[in-house]
Design a protein around this ligand. Structure first.
Ligand SMILES: [Zn+2]
Length: 506
């Protein structure tokens, strides 16, 4: 049986540290992020009056002024040059930066950068537009949507009873469309000590969500990020696509190239990408709300949790191909026994309908129309129980069948294939996600299959208890009483499954 995690269960797993009152505050703060406010920011930023927000242009500078006012109104401190909000560079380009000081006396020295680029391509040229050129490219999705998401995240952070332990630098990058030059300029001329930057969250295009799907890049750049994002996602229930590709396609890359872990949120490319038709009325405001609430939850969690992993340089070589290999299912196991029976037969035992070639059952001399009445010293009464007995049994098993018109009893011995298994599942560990495993095989007829577990599911807890390595998980599987509750994540969604294991008979 599969069910949505209840809030209560989520509470017990949510980073293990978030307590009831804080969780309620997080919910309230997330709920302050609304589709209409997000749409309002997009409507302003993607208005023709901003002329496509090209860096250094009249419209681009006007957009910078809008963001400056927004940050000032919210009472943030300037995070730019000379305690102001701007960091100027290039030909009239400006990053807009606001600073929220952390609440922990030690950890506040560390900084989480939460940002989005606010520039776009102006009127478009052959170099930066798919055309037609010469018209205002409003960039509603790219990236008024991400800019709006950051503004709303600022509000949600300020709605919390206290800031997170670490400080947050909210960043609106200029010059992204000219080659990430705003974020590159910042890492080369940081307005705070770069060594204190512990983490980066980048939002680029969250305005075109479809089917509640969201792409997450960068989850391999520190250990446990997939789990972190998924656990926060229990409130939004988005389908998360963790994409391992690390490309210089947006501002998070400027930080990854300085060995700083980073995540990027993105709802995907579309036909209006870098065209004049990327307009405000086409964004999915409800989708922005979902993405921005998750963004806030992740940003707050990253900034507030005690332990934040350091940069995993191996992430650079963990390509989507490596991901495929890691998540690849194991081939199905051959059956241990190898028979089918008439399921509507009234018994006694099981009336054999088919003996598969090359299986243990064939080697044992079992025949079609045999009635299997004893297996491993026990009467065969129930199909489910029999399946379970086959999975549990040691290799060598004695059987009794009733055969032929005279119903003669025959005693047969069988050497079952494979090893005995209790749950019928196999799994693989993932060095990037310690304390979790990926389900790689589910034996048919097993409790794992009956529970609705799927290949590719990630197991995060057993009986509400975390585990450290696969061996630890194995011990729990062999000792915990039935039913065994598994906390699993499937495509970023937290669920639980309950494995019913018939007790071994005898
Ligand atoms: Zn962009």
């Amino acid at each position: 049986m599969i069910k949505r995690l209840t809030l209560l269960l989520a509470l017990t797993i949510y980073s293990g540290a978030v307590q009831g009152a804080e969780l309620a505050a997080l919910h309230r703060a997330a709920a302050s992020i609304t589709a209409s406010e997000l749409q309002g920011h997009v409507d302003v930023l993607a208005d023709d009056s901003f002329e496509g927000r090209e860096s250094g242009s009249r419209g681009g500078r006007a957009a910078g002024m809008y963001l400056l006012k927004q940050l000032e109104q919210r009472g943030l401190r300037g995070g730019g040059d000379d305690a102001g909000f701007f960091q100027s560079f290039g030909e009239g380009y400006r990053n807009v930066l606001g600073f929220l000081e952390g609440s922990d006396p030690e950890l506040k020295r560390q900084i989480v950068v939460v940002g989005a680029h606010y520039d776009h391509v102006g009127y478009g040229t052959r170099r930066n537009s798919y055309g037609p050129f010469g018209y205002v490219h409003n960039g509603a999705d790219d990236n008024a949507s991400g800019t709006a998401g950051i503004l709303e995240t600022v509000d949600a952070c300020l709605a919390m009873p206290a800031p997170p332990k670490r400080s947050i630098l909210f960043a609106f990058w200029d010059g992204e469309e000219k080659g990430l030059i705003g974020s590159k300029h910042w890492v080369e001329n940081p307005t705070t000590d770069l060594a204190n930057v512990a983490f980066v969250i980048n939002v680029d295009m969250i305005g075109r969500m479809q089917n509640r799907q969201l792409d997450i890049f960068g989850s391999r750049t520190a250990a446990g990020l997939r789990r972190l994002v998924s656990e926060v996602n229990y409130g939004s229930n988005l389908e998360l696509k963790f994409n391992w590709e690390l490309k210089a396609n947006s501002d998070h890359h400027s930080f990854i190239s300085h060995d700083i872990p980073a995540l990027m949120f993105h709802t995907g490319l579309h036909g209006d990408y870098h065209r004049p038709s990327d307009d405000a009325h086409k964004v999915n405001a409800e989708g922005m709300e979902l993405a921005s609430r998750l963004l806030f939850g992740v940003a707050y969690e990253v900034a507030d949790r005690d332990d934040l992993g350091s940069f995993r340089s191996v992430a650079r070589s963990e390509t989507p191909t490596v991901q495929q290999q890691l998540e690849q299912p194991l081939p199905a196991l051959p059956p241990r026994f190898g028979v089918r029976w008439f399921s509507d037969d009234q018994g006694p035992g099981l009336l054999i309908a088919h003996v598969e070639r090359g299986t243990a059952a064939e080697r044992a001399g079992l025949l079609v129309n045999d009635r299997l009445i004893e297996f491993a010293g026990k009467k065969v009464m129930d199909q489910d129980q029999f399946r379970q007995d086959v999975l549990f049994a040691e290799s060598h098993v004695e059987m009794v069948v009733v055969r032929g018109a005279n119903e003669e009893r025959a005693e047969l011995a069988v050497d079952l294939d494979g090893k005995p298994t209790r749950l019928g599942i196999a799994w693989r560990e993932d060095a990037g996600e310690p304390g979790t495993v990926i389900v790689t095989r589910i034996v048919s007829g097993s409790p794992g299959r009956a529970a609705g577990l799927q290949v590719g599911d990630r197991i995060y807890a057993v009986g509400n208890q975390p585990f450290t390595v696969g061996r630890d998980l194995y011990d729990k599987f062999t000792t915990l009483p039935s039913p065994i509750e598994l906390t699993i994540e499937r495509k970023g969604r937290m669920t639980s499954v309950s494995l019913e294991i018939p007790p071994p008979r005898g």
